[in-house]
Design a binder for this molecule. Structure first.
Ligand code: PGA
Length: 302
């Protein structure tokens, strides 16, 4: 049985890949005689020459080529193992700070639940605030990751869309426009609307939608929560533009209806945002991976 050590294999792999003892020594940060010694010991174990040196050139023998192929597999597997261990160590005392806009409360807990179950050692702080307050937190680098519907403009950030976020027109189920197809947007000008507070991303998007279509927006009432708006719409106080995510807790609501208005739903996305160049902690990177994986399931309703 051969007794090759990881050190010997690393030295051999580096020399075989770089075809140079001196460059291998540099890469491994050990002396050149130390590299030669590891390879001599390995050759003794294998019982055949692994390398040939002609002048300054290094060549692999047939046994060397076989070993090199084996080493590449082996060191790759070992590298992944080391990574897993590093992650596990990092995750043990991990703390994840996520700030998310108000409307994400309909799905963020459904993502965090399975995440916490898979990584019980992670301690999560989820801050739920409206868009303006979230931008203040982002500017102050207070959290690891941020979730919002409209990525910030004029701020150095990296944004990654991860899930659909359609904006819909909601009416009470008894409204005369319910059931009509392709309602022209201009007809909405006759309606009164219930809106979120200033600083909300939904409010900002809604105002933009009316401005872009040069349609006046008649505001009936301002309410500080999506749930309050849904109740007010159901109560016949007016219509609303909200993210379809707000219906996900109860998709069959009988008192509310989605209107078929031209140009709607407005297709948007939920974004994961972080300051540009921010080095993600192991925990944050793990969450990002989990989100990418898990959202597919969420979208399919599993
Ligand atoms: P909001 O944000 O919850 O502050 O309205 C929603 C969004 O960013 O789309």
């Amino acid at each position: 049985m051969m007794h090759a050590t990881l050190r010997q294999l690393r030295a051999f792999e580096a020399v075989a890949r770089l075809l140079s003892f001196s460059r291998a020594a540099e890469e491994l940060r050990i002396s050149q005689p130390a590299v030669s010694k590891q390879i001599r010991l390995l050759q003794e174990q294998v019982g055949l020459p692994l390398l040939e040196q002609l002048g300054k050139k290094v060549f692999l023998t047939e046994a060397g080529r076989e070993l090199y192929a084996t080493c590449a597999d082996w060191l790759g597997t070992w590298g992944r193992f080391e990574q897993t261990i590093a992650n596990l160590k990092g995750l043990k005392q991990g703390r994840l700070k996520v700030a998310a806009v108000t409307t994400t409360k309909y799905f963020m807990p459904r993502i965090l639940g399975p995440f916490c179950a898979r990584y019980p050692g992670i301690d999560i702080a989820l801050e739920v605030v409206n868009r303006d307050r979230l931008l203040d937190r982002l500017a102050g680098n207070r959290d690891d990751l941020y979730v919002m519907g409209v990525p910030p403009e004029g701020m150095e950030t990296e944004s990654e869309p991860f899930m659909d976020n359609p904006l819909i027109v909601l009416a009470p189920a008894t409204h005369p426009l319910v059931g009509r197809e392709r309602i022209p947007f201009a007809e909405l000008a006759r309606e009164t609307f219930l809106v979120r507070e200033q600083g909300s991303g939904t409010r900002m998007t809604m105002e933009r939608v009316f401005q872009e279509r040069e349609t006046p927006l008649q505001i009936k009432m301002e309410l500080g929560s999506n749930e309050a708006i849904k109740q007010a719409v159901a109560g016949g106080l007016g219509l609303a533009l909200l993210s379809r995510s707000t219906l996900s807790s109860d998709p069959d609501q009988r008192e509310l209806a989605e209107l078929d208005v031209e140009g709607f739903p407005i297709l948007r996305a939920w974004y994961l945002v972080r300051p540009k160049g921010k080095q993600l902690s192991v925990v944050a990177a793990t969450f990002l991976e989990f989100l990418r994986e898990h959202v597919q399931l969420l979208v399919r309703g599993q």
